[in-house]
Design a binder for this molecule. Structure first.
Ligand code: ZN
Length: 210
């Protein structure tokens, strides 16, 4: 009854195109999001990251959906996107992990945005996996511009790692979650910090990849 009333006064809309949709992301928008192939890329064992799995190509509707979640505060999109991430994680065997860590944002950005989209992307995971989500294990201590917006020629490979691990993660397998994989710099920094803190295998799961 309450949900009927809520629906009457606040109809559920697709966070991308605005048509009525009970799932907050309609099928036609979803159909426009192009899958990323191959879903998973493996890296050699001597690299800090063992694999990167991404659902969509970071273009067209998928990039619009992510921008709406990230910059336009359309947080209703988090639930359907998180469900899709969960299904992929399960399918790719990524949930046989010890810890799940959403990529942190700097506290200034958190104050400005009000939330961390990577954390929201874990919101639809079943409880037993939510229980191993540890946002506080990594911290972003330096405020940096988004790597995708920095011109390639201006990127400084020697820049100090802005991420630190706040705790030891000795011999733990870790799944890092983020919205987008572009240059790979962000997750490399996170992996480097986690390796220093003793992490064993590190896998990455993102919604989109360019
Ligand atoms: Zn739509």
């Amino acid at each position: 009854m309450i949900s009927h009333l809520l629906n009457f006064f606040y109809p559920r809309k697709c966070g991308s195109c605005g048509i009525y949709d009970p799932n907050f992301l309609c099928q036609s928008c979803l159909n426009e999001m192009r899958p990323y192939h191959p879903t998973t890329s493996l890296f050699p064992m001597n690299q800090p990251i063992q694999s990167v799995t991404s659902l969509f190509k970071y273009t067209g509707r998928a990039s619009q959906v992510i921008a709406r979640l990230k910059y336009s505060k359309i947080t209703s999109l988090a639930h359907p996107l998180s469900s899709l991430l969960y299904l992929t994680a399960e399918h790719e065997g990524l949930l046989e992990t010890d810890i799940i860590i959403p990529v942190p944002i700097h506290r200034y950005r958190r104050i400005e945005r009000g939330y961390n989209q990577a954390e929201l992307l874990c919101s639809a995971f079943p409880l037993k996996y939510k229980d191993i989500v540890r946002p506080s294990h990594l911290k972003k201590k330096i405020h940096t511009p988004p790597q995708a917006s920095v011109k390639k020629s201006n990127r400084n490979p020697k820049m100090m790692n802005p991420y630190i691990s706040t705790t030891q993660v000795n011999n733990k397998n870790i799944l890092i979650i983020d919205d987008v994989y572009t240059t790979g710099q962000t997750v490399s920094w996170c992996a480097e910090a986690l390796k220093k803190a003793g992490a064993k295998e590190i896998h990455v799961l993102t919604l989109a990849r360019s």
